[in-house]
Every structure is written in C-alpha cells, then in structure tokens.
Design a binder for this molecule. Sequence first.
Ligand code: NAD
Length: 261
Amino acid sequence: WLDLEGKVAIVTGGASGIGLNISKELIKNGAKVVVADLNVEEGKQSDGSYFVKCNVTSKESVDQTVAKTVEIFGSVDILVNNAGVNLPRLLVDDKGEKPEYELSEKDFDFMVAVNQKGPYLFAQASAKEMLKQNKGVIINISSEAGQEGSAGQSCYSATKGAIIAFTRAWAKELGKHNIRVVAVAPGIIETTGLRTDAYNEALAYTRGVTVDGLATDYSKSIPLGREGKLTEIGDLVSYLASDRASYVTGTTLNISGGKSR
Ligand code: NAD
C-alpha cells in the first residue's frame, strides 16, 4: 500500500497495455485517475476512473483534459506521460527490399509528435496546476531504447532519449516548487498493444531475423531470462508517484531485467 489516497493522477495512453496497468495500480493504491487516450469514450468508469478522449499532440486537447481533471477531481497531483508510438524503421533500407521500412519524414514527425511533443504539452499544463499547490510528480515513460539506442528504432530511441533529457531539465526547473520529475525506462515488456503483427514484421526486418526469431532474440538478451510483466511497471510507477519516493527526482529508472542499466 503506497498511500495515494486523495491524489489525482492523469495517465496518458491509459486505455491499454502499460498505461492501463499503471492506472489500475494507482487506483489500487488510492488515487483518483483520469485516463487520457485517443481510443476512449468520455465518461466515468466502474473503477472510479474517468476517461477523457484526448490527443496528446494537440495543445487544445491537452489543455481541455487538464481543465476537465481539475473540474472533476479538484487538482492534478500526478502526471504519467505514457502515451507512445513506435514504428520500427531503418535509417537506410540497406537491403533495398522494403522501402516502407526506411524512416520517412512522415513517420519521424508522427513519432516526435506523440512521444516528445505530447509529454511537453501535458507537463506544461499539469505543472501549472501543481504550482498552485506547491507539490506534484511528473513521471515520463521513456524506454531502454532511449538510454541505449535501438537498431531499427532510431527515431523512437531519439524521442525516448529526449524525454530523459526533459526529465533532468524539468526536475531542475521545478524542484523549488516541490515538483518531482522522474523517468522510467522499461526494457521488453510482455505483449502489449504496441507490439502488433505490423510492428513485429517491421522490427524483424530491421533486425535481420524472422518474426519467430524475435522472441529468442529477446530472452537471450535479458539476464532474468523473461519479459517484464505489466504489473512490474505499474508497481514502480506507483512507488515513484508516492511520498515514499520523496527524494527521487531528475533521474531515470531502468526496468529491464538487467538487459541494460
Ligand atoms: P500500447 O500501444 O499498448 O498503448 C499506448 C496507448 O497510447 C494506447 O491506448 C493508444 O490509444 C494511446 N495513444 C497513442 N497515441 C496517442 C495520442 N496521440 N494521444 C492519446 N493517446 C494515444 O503501448 P504500450 O506498449 O503499453 O506502451 C506504453 C508506453 O510504454 C509507450 O510510451 C512506450 O513507448 C513505452 N514502452 C513500452 C515498452 C513495451 O515493451 N511495450 C517498452 C518500453 C517502453
């Protein structure tokens, strides 16, 4: 029990995968949660959470979501910037077989908009609310790829690295207002919505392995020998959101079963 009683959290991309689980863990620990996601119908849910249809790339949509959160639950205490997209793309299609898997300007702009601009817009709007109460926590869901660089995912890696840099800088700017900013960098997490057939096919091509070969590729590279569980991310995020982590800010916590640091 991490005692998030009375705290209000926004979880972007909270309708599926890692974000859905983060939302569940925060609720289990007493928080009130607004899920901000493209793929939801607005309204109160049976677990007490509130869904807002939101596009993280639009300032208008983000500002409206933050305002709605304050209207319904009274404050914004925790922001989890989780919404993200990943199109595996090579910088250059050196095999010359699949030009669609070479990083296009359109793919680049799409990933930067969701993974980098979205967290900026949400952090800015939420921090303005947190300033009013001189307290808050912003948690950015980065990726091991953002720390290490991932072949076939250079643009995704760059956006995830960018939010690690945001984390450091925002922690320096906002520390004096008692607002903590932390990043979490998951490694390979059990199948989630992001890993669609199209994603697996593109990733396998960029890595030069078959789709079936991807799983072997994964487990061999992880010291704990397995993918991470969704609950393991939700647990870490809940801890970081709680006052038990009151001296943790500006840093990135890698959670990858030892795959990287
Ligand atoms: P997912 O595809 O299951 O969920 C992403 C959610 O974000 C979806 O509900 C989607 O509707 C929402 N979303 C996408 N674009 C949006 C937009 N413009 N506005 C609002 N919502 C939007 O993905 P996931 O695997 O749960 O990943 C969640 C986060 O964790 C991402 O930031 C991802 O980069 C990161 N991550 C995932 C893994 C992994 O192995 N799955 C590893 C490291 C990091």
